[in-house]
Design a protein around this ligand. Structure first.
Ligand code: DQA
Length: 147
């Protein structure tokens, strides 16, 4: 099974971006770890990052064919993007929403998520481990035959 790990805007700056909030791991570290964890779980993990909303929408649409799950950290688009919400709803691929920080313990504008209503689950505030937990959850779900 193929699982997409999608990261949105500014997550390419991880490591140097507000390390007190987001930690010291780089995106490359997160992606390498995701592939490693995926391999152990029998998943092929395809990692992508874009700063562009439309590119993320294109990738979500592509997932219609052949992708069994999505791990999505949509960054700031989480709080704004009806387009990403609609794309996720249209494709119906099981999606786990991940945030490094606990968005609910931060500014009010981060408390709303357009991703959460279509996510099978949400992980926030557990740092880079969140991606690993999301992959575990998807692997278990895929194993039980629910695409
Ligand atoms: C984030 C939280 C968002 O509010 C923020 O815009 C990000 C990162 C997180 O992983 O904690 O870019 O999604």
């Amino acid at each position: 099974p193929i699982v997409l790990v999608l990261n949105g805007p500014n997550l390419n700056l991880l490591g140097s971006r507000e390390p007190q909030v987001y930690g010291s791991s780089t995106l490359a570290d997160i992606e390498a770890r995701a592939r490693e964890v995926g391999e152990k779980l029998g998943l092929h993990v395809d990692c992508r990052q874009s700063n562009h909303e439309g590119v993320l929408v294109d990738w979500i649409q592509e997932a219609r064919s052949g992708v069994s799950g999505i791990v999505l950290n949509a960054g700031a688009y989480t709080h704004t993007s009806v387009a990403i919400h609609d794309a996720l709803r249209a494709v119906g691929v099981p999606t786990v929403e991940v945030h490094l920080s606990n968005i609910h313990a931060r500014e009010a504008f981060r408390h709303t998520s357009f991703v959460s209503p279509i996510a099978i689950g949400v992980i926030a505030g557990l740092g880079v481990d969140g991606y690993e937990f999301a992959l575990q959850a998807l692997a278990r779900r895929i194993e039980h035959g629910r695409r």
